[in-house]
Ligand binder design. Structure first.
Ligand SMILES: Nc1ncnc2c1ncn2[C@@H]1O[C@H](COP(=O)(O)OP(=O)(O)OP(=O)(O)O)[C@@H](O)[C@H]1O
Ligand SMILES: [Mg+2]
Length: 468
């Protein structure tokens, strides 16, 4: 089962907290132990030093009464209670010991004797059989650099041990409690922090093709979650636009194909019912062929558009744009002449671009075709190609019917024709300019239009030149 982020967050949070608490506990334990042992050592050392200064006289036979510790307390104010004191000569023979020791003797290690010989104090913790461990310090009483006596002062570690076990006990009791509390708190916090994500998920699930206009609520906090919601909304926005375009395109395409099909169907039915002569039959077939041609033009244009939607750039090669302009200009000139429209090639600079020659031909042909088509008799069409900065600029101007300002934003849309009736007579599908735009876009360029109704139009195409 995959873990939720909430579970993972809680787990990491708890582990981290647990680790920190245990580390802090261990640190505290060690620090407390050291502090208590040091305090004990200071007390023992003080006793030993006082003993050395007051009791032991150099070169004298050490004779101490059995209850010397009691006397020390009385005469020197030394608190010896709870301590064990033992005085030995340098060979380890016990010379005297405190009453608290009774018959027992404090252990004297070889190391302690060696240290004492070198005038060093030794601090040891030794196990005292059957009782709490003892802290023993072994202090040398020196006489002119020679070891006179060895004073050992010891105390039980019982209080240290019991304080340490109290500390451990407190830890055992509090750490699990704190961890459980923190886990619950962490879980609640994580749930709270992640609840907007849950809302986004629910909203995202709700939004489908039918309600792409819906958006996720953005709280305006500017945090990561808001960012996520914003990004998601933007994505849905883009989907909505392309979905609308797709719908529009499908409905336009079917509408465009339906008209010729209806005509085909109607004419064929009538012909089948009451066709008399071969002549009439021929007339029907000719009209049908016209509609078929029209449909195949639409389908071809649609295919071109779909193609530019999907494959871009992989057929690019070096193209001399001026050669294409030359070729298409000559071809259109014949048609223009038949229409008594004069065509001029004002400028044709040599420009090299990287592109798909077939598509660029189509772009130029579509523009020239429009210019001639929408220009009256005795009108002019002026064509030019020049290099301007890093762009090849193709300009096609005509003195034709022009386009109204309110139509200008739509003429590059698929199937858009200003005058539907007229376009039908011309055989226009309304796809020419949208193909031009797709081609210009695919080449990293753009297309612009300037038009005054009744005066004429100028179309400009910018295609980036091939970098040197
Ligand atoms: N040079 C022009 N002068 C006036 N109007 C134009 C010109 N070029 C385009 N238009 C207007 O823009 C519309 C869209 O042009 P587009 O080339 O896309 O379609 P079309 O020429 O009608 O059909 P097709 O190009 O598919 O044969 C045209 O129907 C026309 O109304
Ligand atoms: Mg056209």
């Amino acid at each position: 089962m995959p873990f939720t982020i909430r579970t993972k967050l809680t787990f990491w949070y708890t582990s981290l907290l647990g680790f920190s608490l245990i580390s802090a506990g261990i640190f505290l334990y060690i620090a407390a132990q050291q502090a208590m042992v040091t305090a004990l050592d200071t007390k023992l050392l003080f006793l030993a030093e006082t003993m050395a200064r007051t009791v032991i006289k150099p070169h004298t036979q050490l004779i101490l009464p059995q209850n010397f510790d009691v006397l020390m307390e009385r005469f020197f104010g030394l608190k010896t209670s709870g301590s064990y004191i033992q005085i030995t000569d340098r060979f380890g023979n016990v010379k005297s010991r405190s009453e608290t020791l009774g018959k027992a003797r404090l252990p004297l290690s070889g190391k302690a004797v060696q240290n004492a010989l070198a005038n060093k104090t030794t601090y040891e913790t030794v196990d005292y059989v059957g009782r709490q461990p003892l802290r023993v310090i072994t202090y040398p009483a020196m006489d002119n650099n020679t070891l006179d006596y060895i004073i050992q002062v010891a105390a039980s570690m019982e209080s240290v041990q019991s304080t340490l076990s109290d500390i451990v006990y407190i830890f055992y009791l509090t750490i699990p409690f704190v961890i459980i509390l923190a886990t619950a708190g962490g879980f609640v916090l994580a749930s709270k922090a992640l609840s907007p994500v849950h809302e986004i998920t629910t909203a995202a699930r709700r939004i489908g093709a039918e309600n792409l206009h819906e958006r996720i609520a953005v709280l305006g906090t500017g945090d990561e979650i808001d960012n996520l919601a914003d990004t998601f909304n933007e994505m849905v926005g883009r989907l909505e636009i392309s979905f609308k375009r797709m719908k529009q395109f499908t409905s336009d395409a079917s509408h465009e194909l339906r008209t010729p099909l209806t005509i085909l169907k109607g004419e064929t039915e009538v012909a089948l019912k009451k066709c008399r002569s071969l002549e009439e039959m021929r007339g029907v077939l000719e009209s049908n062929l016209e509609e078929i041609n029209r449909m195949s033009r639409i389908v071809n244009n649609l295919l071109t558009l779909v193609k530019s939607d999907t494959d871009v750039k992989h057929e690019f090669q070096d193209v001399r744009l001026n050669e294409i302009i030359d070729e298409k200009f000559r071809q259109t000139k014949h048609i223009a002449e038949a229409k008594k429209v004069e065509m001029k090639l004002l400028k044709n600079e040599e420009v090299l671009v990287s592109g798909d020659p077939l598509r660029l031909r189509q772009l130029i042909l579509n523009l020239l075709d429009n210019a001639v088509k929408f220009t009256h008799d005795h009108g002019n069409v002026i064509v030019s190609l020049e290099r301007c900065n890093d762009n090849a600029v193709i300009k096609v101007s005509d003195t034709g019917i022009g386009i109204q300002e309110e139509d200008l934003p739509f003429i590059f849309d698929r199937f858009y024709r200003v005058d539907k009736g007229r376009s039908r007579e011309d055989g226009g599908t309304g796809l020419g300019l949208s193909i031009c735009k797709e081609i210009a876009d695919a080449h990293g360029g753009r297309i612009e239009v300037d038009s005054v109704i009744g005066k004429g139009s100028t179309f400009k195409v910018y295609i980036p030149v091939k970098p040197a």
